[in-house]
Every structure is written in C-alpha cells, then in structure tokens.
Write a protein that binds this ligand. Structure first.
Ligand code: GTP
Ligand code: MG
Length: 180
C-alpha cells in the first residue's frame, strides 16, 4: 500500500503595497474578491490543502505588509520558507522595479542554504485592468527579469477575475516540493 505523506510548505508572499497580495490569497483560498483596499498590517497566514501526486500538501501562505510602516518581520519569520512569491502590479512600473529589492531582502533574511536554487515565483497581477491597455511592464521585460534571476517561473494574474490564480499557487507548491 502506498504510504500517504503530508507535507507542510511555507510560502512567503512579498511585494509593494497595493499590488494585490492579499487579494490573490483571498481569491485562491476563499474564492472572494473585494475592490476595497485594506492594508495588511504585519503578517498573517492562511492554509490550503492540495493533492499533488501521492502527496497531501498543506500550503501555509504568509501574506505580508507592503507598506513599510507596517513591516515588522524579522529574519526568524522568513526562515524555513519553502517558496517566495514576488508580486507586482503590471500597471505600476515602480512595483516591478521593487522586485530586485524584495528578492534581495528575502535572500538576506531567509538565508537559504542554496540561494541560487531557492524556489521563487513572480506574479504580474491586475492583468484585467483596461483589458491590458494600461499595462506598463511588458511580458518580455518581466520574463527577462525572471530568466536572469535563475529562471523563475512567471505568471500574469488577476485576483479580480480569478485568472491564473490556481495555476500560480499550484506551481508554487510544485516548485517548493521539488526543492524539498
Ligand atoms: P498591502 O497589504 O498594503 O501590502 O497591499 P496588497 O498587496 O495586499 O494589495 P491588496 O490585495 O489589498 O489590493 C490592493 C487593491 O488592489 C485593492 O483595492 C484590490 O481590490 C485591488 N486589486 C487587487 N488585485 C486586483 C486585480 O487583480 N485586479 C484589479 N482590477 N484590482 C485588484
Ligand atoms: Mg495586503
């Protein structure tokens, strides 16, 4: 008989304030979306169970504050992470430019044993806005950044329209699992 194994995967979601980190998580875990913005203070997690192959996976997804004054996370918080999701708003250039900082900061704080192979994923969110006409970061620019930072998987998502959200989190779980 196949043995069933349960695996807990810790995922940290980072990115500038307002890019949609909380919204992506709410859509994924609760199938809910609200246009009202409520800043995340500190950090909190939700969990979701997934079956991947013969493995029962519990994704523990940590939502964090993008606003600097609400960030109060020490290195202890990042340690033990299995994957880091970097989120930007593809209609806001600055949020894309910030990816370097979030990426660097995560590696500095989490201090993984092999920073070069640590699983990241990048999400370009709010692809729904104006049917894509107001986007300022091209798919190529984002893909190039991901390629030059160790072939990070890239998804364009909409928390509002539930586009690519399940796919993105499934990839998060799979890449984290592959690195176990
Ligand atoms: P902080 O908690 O401050 O770090 O922000 P956040 O990254 O958690 O952003 P949040 O999920 O709170 O979303 C910010 C605003 O963008 C809210 O008004 C959301 O309704 C809106 N929003 C989030 N995702 C989408 C999306 O995919 N499309 C559209 N049109 N709006 C979105
Ligand atoms: Mg939030």
């Amino acid at each position: 008989m196949a043995t069933r194994r349960r695996t807990l995967l810790k995922v940290i979601v980072l990115g500038d304030s307002g890019v949609g980190k909380t919204s992506l998580m709410n859509q994924y875990v609760h199938n809910k979306f609200s246009l009202q913005y409520k800043a995340t203070i500190g950090a909190d997690f939700v969990t979701k169970e997934l079956q991947i192959g013969d493995k029962l996976v519990t994704l523990q997804i940590w939502d964090t504050a993008g606003q600097e004054r609400f960030q109060s996370l020490g290195a202890a918080f990042y340690r033990g992470a299995d994957c880091c999701a970097l989120v930007y708003d593809l209609n806001v250039a600055k949020s894309f430019d910030s990816l370097d900082n979030w990426h660097e900061e995560f590696l500095k704080q989490a201090n993984p044993s092999d920073p070069k192979t640590f699983p990241f994923i990048v999400l370009g969110n709010k692809v729904d806005i104006d049917g894509g006409r107001s986007r300022v970061v091209s798919e190529k620019k984002a893909a190039d950044w991901c390629a030059s930072n160790g072939n990070i998987p890239y998804f364009e998502t909409s928390a509002k329209e539930d586009y690519n959200v399940d796919e993105a989190f499934l990839t998060i779980a799979k890449t984290a699992l592959a690195n176990e």
